[in-house]
Write a protein of this length. Structure first.
Length: 591
C-alpha cells in the first residue's frame, strides 16, 4: 500500500488521541486501513484488540475487504499465527481480524450482551420501520376524527355593506374571538379595523360532519356571493379538509394547547405535511442525547413531542429499541456501569473512527466512553448530515484539544487541479472550519463548464453532455429531481448513473454533471444552514475526476468559485512554465 509522506505520519501513530484532518480524494479510508495493518504487522497488536467504526454498512464492507485481503498474504498470515499460536483454535479464529462495525451495530451488541443491566427483562426486540407505521396510524386516526366531528359553518357579516366571510370550526366562540381580535383573513381583518368590530355580526349557519364541511362552506360562499360579496379567497373544495379544521383536530388529538392565530404560524401552514417531518424531528432529537436516556418531553415542537411520548411508551411496552436507542442505551449503560466500561476499554484499546465529521453528539458520547485512545479521520468540509443530527463542531472541538495529535492529509488524488482550486475557493468561504492546505496531485487543466438551463432546455443539454463514453454521473439535490432526470433519459435510452449528492458522497466518476435550481429550486435550501448547503455543493464538485459540468439556474455558490477562473489559469500557466524547466514536480510547489 503506497502512502505519501503525510499519510505515513498518520499511519505510524501508535497510542493517544489523534485526529487526521483530510480533504476530498485524499485517501481517508486508506489511512484507516493502513494504520490497522501497521498496528498488526509492525507493532504486533492482536487484531482482536482493534475496533474500527465506519459510517455505514457499505464502508464497513469496503474496509473489511481491504484488511482481510492484506492479512491473507503469506507474511501477514505468518504474523497472525505467531500472535495466536498459544490460544485455542476458536480464539485464534476470532483473533485473526479486527472488529469493524457501524457504531449502531456495535451499540446493539453492547445492549444485547448486557440487556439485564440495561434495564430490559429479556433481550430487546429491534424496531426498524415501526415508527413509520405508528405515524401512519396516527394520521389515519386524525383523518377519521376530522371526518366525524361536528363542525359549525359560520358567517361573519358587515352590518354596513352586507359583505360576508364564511368559515368552519369545531369551536365557534373561540373562532369568533380570533376573527374579531385579529382575523387570519387579511380582507376581513382590514374591514374590521376600518369599520369596527361592533359593525360585524357572527352567526352559526348550520352544523355538519367534518366530511361535509367543505361542501357546505362552498355552498354558503356561493349563496352570499350572489346576494352581496364575500371576503373569502380560497375555494374550500381544493382540499379534503380545511387547514383550520385539521389544526383544531391536531391539537385535540395530541392534547396540545390550541393557540389563537396558530393557523398563521408557518409551522402549521399545511398540517397534513407535518407527518412527513415528525420522524426526522424525533430521531434528530435522539441524536442530541448526551446524558441519560431520551426524554421526549424535552422536544420544543408540540406535535412532535406529543407523538414522541406516545411512540416511546409503545416501544417500552414492547420491550424494544430503535436504531438511535442502540447508541443511546449503550452509552448510558457504560456510563452507569464503570466496570462494564472498563471491560470494553480493555477489550478494544485501539479505536479508529472514519467519517468523524458526520457523528452526532450521542455518537461522540459513546465513542468517548469506549476509549481514550481514539484515532479519528474526517473532513469537516464534507459534513452534510446536519439534518440527521450530524455536528461538524464535534470534530472542530476535538481538533482544538491540546492532548490530541494532529495530522493532515489534504493532497487530492482524485480530481484535476482546476476542480480542486475551484472547490477550494468555494469552501473557504465557510466559517468556522478547520483550515486545510487543499491541493491536487493531478496537474491537468480542464475547464469547468458552467451552463445556464431552464426546465425546457435541460433535457437537450443533458443529451449533449452524455454523448461521450466516459464514466459519468448526474447529481442533483433531491430525489424528486433525480426521478425527473431518470424519466428524461429513459426516453432516449441513455449508460448513466443518476443520484443525489448525499448518496454520491465517498464516490467518484470521470465526469460529473451537477444539476441545480432547474427542476426544483433547492440550492441553497432555505430550511437548512447556509454553510452546510455550501458543503453539499462542495461534495458534488469534488466527486469529479476530470470533467465537471454545472447545469442550472441562479445559485449564489456558482459565482463563488467561478470568480477565480482567471487566477487559476495564471497559476496553472506558471506551473507549466516552471515544470517544463525541471524546477517543479507538483502543483503544490507553486506558492
Amino acid at each position: 500500500m503506497r502512502l505519501d509522506r503525510n499519510q505515513e505520519k498518520a499511519v505510524n501513530h501508535i497510542t493517544g488521541p489523534a485526529i487526521v484532518i483530510a480533504g476530498p480524494g485524499s485517501g481517508k479510508t486508506t489511512v484507516v486501513t493502513a494504520r490497522i495493518l501497521n498496528l498488526i504487522q509492525t507493532h504486533n497488536i492482536p487484531p482482536s484488540q482493534i475496533l474500527a467504526i465506519a459510517f455505514n454498512r457499505k464502508a464497513v464492507e469496503e474496509m473489511e475487504t481491504r484488511i482481510l485481503s492484506s492479512l491473507q498474504t503469506k507474511s501477514s498470515l505468518t504474523k497472525v499465527r505467531e500472535l495466536t499460536s498459544s490460544k485455542s483454535n476458536n480464539a485464534a479464529e476470532t483473533d485473526t481480524k479486527p472488529e469493524i462495525r457501524t457504531l449502531h451495530a456495535f451499540g446493539k451488541d453492547i445492549i444485547t450482551e448486557n440487556y439485564k443491566r440495561a434495564g430490559f427483562n429479556q433481550e430487546p426486540d429491534i424496531w426498524t420501520g415501526q415508527i413509520d407505521e405508528i405515524i401512519a396510524q396516527e394520521q389515519t386516526q386524525i383523518e377519521r376524527e376530522v371526518s366525524t366531528t361536528s363542525v359549525a359553518i359560520y358567517k361573519i357579516e358587515s352590518k354596513k355593506t352586507g359583505k360576508c366571510y364564511i368559515g368552519q370550526t369545531t369551536n365557534p366562540d373561540r373562532r369568533r374571538k380570533e376573527h374579531f381580535d385579529h382575523s387570519s383573513n387579511d380582507r376581513l381583518r382590514q374591514a374590521i379595523r376600518s369599520e369596527g368590530a361592533p359593525q360585524f355580526s357572527f352567526e352559526v349557519l348550520e352544523r355538519v360532519s367534518g366530511r361535509e364541511a367543505n361542501r357546505r362552506e362552498a355552498h354558503w360562499i356561493a349563496f352570499y356571493s350572489k346576494r352581496a360579496s364575500v371576503f373569502n379567497r380560497a375555494d374550500p373544495l381544493r382540499v379534503q379538509y380545511s387547514n383550520q379544521l385539521i389544526l383544531e383536530m391536531f391539537c385535540q388529538h395530541f392534547e396540545i394547547p390550541y393557540k389563537e392565530h396558530l393557523d398563521r404560524d408557518p409551522d402549521f401552514e399545511n398540517l397534513r405535511d407535518r407527518f412527513n417531518d415528525i420522524k426526522e424531528i424525533v430521531m434528530r432529537a435522539k441524536r442530541q442525547v448526551t446524558t441519560g436516556l431520551f426524554d421526549p418531553t424535552t422536544l420544543d415542537d408540540p406535535v412532535a413531542q406529543a407523538f414522541a411520548v406516545k411512540y416511546e411508551t409503545l416501544k417500552t411496552e414492547a420491550n424494544a429499541i430503535d436504531f438511535e436507542d442502540m447508541v443511546i442505551h449503550a452509552a448510558n449503560l457504560l456510563k452507569t456501569c464503570p466496570d462494564l466500561q472498563q471491560t470494553y476499554r480493555a477489550k478494544y484499546p485501539y479505536l479508529l473512527v472514519d467519517e468523524f465529521q458526520d457523528i452526532a453528539p450521542a455518537d461522540f458520547r459513546l465513542i468517548s466512553l469506549l476509549s481514550e485512545n481514539l484515532f479519528a479521520v474526517g473532513d469537516d468540509d464534507q459534513a452534510i448530515y446536519g439534518f440527521r443530527g450530524g455536528d461538524s463542531e464535534i470534530m472542530q472541538e476535538f481538533t482544538a484539544r491540546q492532548d490530541v495529535v494532529k495530522y493532515e492529509i489534504t493532497r487530492n488524488y482524485r480530481s484535476t487541479s482546476t476542480i480542486v482550486e475551484h472547490a477550494r475557493a468555494l469552501i473557504e468561504r465557510n466559517e468556522p472550519r478547520i483550515s486545510k492546505n487543499l491541493r491536487a496531485h493531478n496537474p491537468i487543466q480542464q475547464d469547468i463548464k458552467i451552463v445556464e438551463t431552464t426546465p425546457e432546455t435541460v433535457e437537450a443539454i443533458l443529451r449533449r453532455e452524455l454523448k461521450s463514453s466516459q464514466e459519468t454521473a448526474v447529481l442533483a439535490r433531491t430525489n424528486y429531481e433525480t426521478d425527473q432526470i431518470q424519466e428524461m433519459l429513459s426516453k432516449h435510452e441513455i449508460p448513466v448513473e443518476v443520484t443525489t449528492i448525499h448518496k454520491a458522497k465517498g464516490r467518484e466518476w470521470e465526469k460529473v454533471i451537477l444539476i441545480h435550481n432547474t427542476l426544483e429550486r433547492r440550492f441553497p435550501r432555505r430550511d437548512n444552514n447556509l454553510a452546510e448547503e455550501r458543503r453539499v455543493f462542495y461534495v458534488a464538485m469534488t466527486r469529479a475526476k476530470v470533467e465537471l459540468v454545472v447545469l442550472g439556474g441562479t445559485c449564489p455558490f456558482v459565482p463563488e468559485f467561478e470568480k477565480i477562473s482567471k487566477n487559476v489559469g495564471y497559476y496553472l500557466r506558471q506551473f507549466a512554465y516552471w515544470r517544463a524547466r525541471g524546477k517543479l514536480k507538483k502543483v503544490g510547489d507553486v506558492k
